[in-house]
Design a binder for this molecule. Structure first.
Ligand SMILES: [Zn+2]
Length: 437
């Protein structure tokens, strides 16, 4: 029988650690028997896996990068082709897409992962879940939601991406209670409802599981996007974070204080640029070791996502680690006047200023080889010189440093933000030498 609330999520942290270490030993044993990539890695680095018994011992192992996974892709596969069921590629937001293959066991693990993640967000077997994202195109997410809802015993409506009209037809026809959606798409649904006299307050939707975009800032308050949705449509918003490579989700509970870790599915480390563990207060790169994966397990895989993490017990009673919103990609990390900044924190500052209409962050390498930040922005009304000074003071208060500011006419800024092929305005341009090479 499927248990939607596994005991391990409420156990003492020491029990969780011991539980994970037992699974880690099994995983290393499996890799040394079945993974060509890790067999080579162990022998090249003269690693005796018997010496890896604890989470701390993981430090003795080299990390696996996205480049490793792309370059030696086939060597990561641990099973014969007959065992592979689902063929997937990563969405390739950074670099080329990478292939991943899942066995029946992996699909079962994925279903379990999503079912317990839905449970964290308060979903039940009696819910009807409407999926507003793609289920095909070699993506993993859609199939995960479908399998998870099925495992939980909930109903599911596979509408797919876009099509506000069909989304509303499904909402009115089948009366779903939960939407899985990219938060900015919710704004489109709200817009459609308003134009077509659909009463949002009377809809059956109770909550949205928000994917792909943050709805909160690092203090877990709703950000501008989250507030905008809630203002128009007073439904509950839950954030979830996942990636194809980890095949595991971190979903918020009703207290909205970070995505809950599932210790039976994944080991998480937070590393700095030199692959050293960061302090509990510091943001670090989410680095994962999958547990229970049969097709393509990963050991100390660096996701490129930078997050804060929280180890204190959650008000929901779960003792598992919680993950804050992704504050940036490692490649977007900016070293500015001795401070490390991610675009996320700059967005947060700019989004909070009422006068700003639109903006673009440009990062470049200056003549001494360090990073420079220039923010080009347009304002809703003409502003005087005091505005720039106040904005810089605001930056210093929030980020300790102030970037250069250039105020442009709305039309001028728009022409830079909107290249012919683009669908979304560009908010971040990386002109650094390293980024280009
Ligand atoms: Zn919680």
């Amino acid at each position: 029988m499927f248990n939607p609330r596994p005991e391990i999520e409420y156990a003492d942290t020491i029990v969780i650690k011991e539980f994970q270490e037992k699974k880690l030993v099994e995983m290393l044993d499996y890799l040394s028997n079945s993974s060509r990539y890790y067999q080579t890695l162990f022998s090249k680095n003269q690693i005796d896996i018997k010496e890896i018994q604890s989470i701390e011992d993981l430090k003795k192992l080299p990390v696996t990068t996205k480049e490793d996974l792309a370059t030696y892709n086939q060597d990561f596969v641990c099973v014969h082709q007959e065992k592979i069921i689902d063929y997937i590629t990563t969405s390739g937001t950074v670099g080329n897409p990478v292939s991943l293959m899942m066995t029946d066991i992996d699909l079962e693990r994925l279903a379990y992962n999503e079912a317990i993640s839905f449970t964290v967000a308060g979903c039940k077997a009696s819910d009807i879940i409407q999926l507003t994202t793609t289920i095909d195109k070699r993506f993993m997410a859609g199939i995960a939601y479908f399998l998870g809802a099925k495992k939980m015993g909930a109903g599911i409506i596979r509408v797919g991406a876009g099509m506000p009209e069909l989304q509303w037809d499904s909402i009115l026809r089948f009366k779903p209670t939960v939407l899985i959606a990219v938060p900015s798409f919710i704004l489109k649904l709200i817009d459609y409802a308003k134009k077509n006299n659909i009463d949002l307050k009377k809809s059956t939707i109770k909550k949205v599981i928000c994917i792909g975009e943050p709805i909160r800032n690092i203090n877990f308050e709703f950000n501008t996007l989250g507030l905008k949705i809630r203002e128009e449509w007073p439904i509950d918003l839950y954030s979830t974070y996942a990636s194809t490579e980890m095949a595991t989700a971190f979903t918020e509970c009703e207290h909205g204080a970070g995505g809950h870790h599932h210790p039976e599915l994944i080991i998480v480390e937070f590393l700095d640029e030199n692959d050293q563990t960061v302090g509990d207060e510091e943001p670090g790169e989410v680095t994962i070791t999958t547990l229970g994966v049969e097709g393509m397990p990963l050991l100390r895989y660096k996701t490129g996502d930078i997050c804060h993490h929280y180890n204190d017990k959650c008000a929901c009673g779960r003792t598992t680690m919680r993950l804050g919103p992704v504050i940036g990609r490692k490649k977007q990390m900016i070293k500015y006047k001795g401070t490390t900044i991610f675009p996320f924190s700059i967005h947060e500052v700019l989004n909070s200023i009422e006068e700003i209409e639109s903006y673009l962050i440009e990062v470049s390498t200056n003549e001494i080889g360090t990073d420079d930040i220039l923010i080009k922005l347009s304002t809703k009304k003409p502003v005087d010189s005091k505005f720039e000074k106040e904005l810089k003071d605001h930056f210093r208060a929030k980020l300790r440093v102030a970037p250069s500011i250039l105020i442009l006419e709305k039309a001028v800024l728009q022409s830079i933000q909107m290249p012919e092929s683009g669908r979304k305005p560009i908010l971040f341009i990386d002109n650094r030498i390293e980024a280009i090479s």
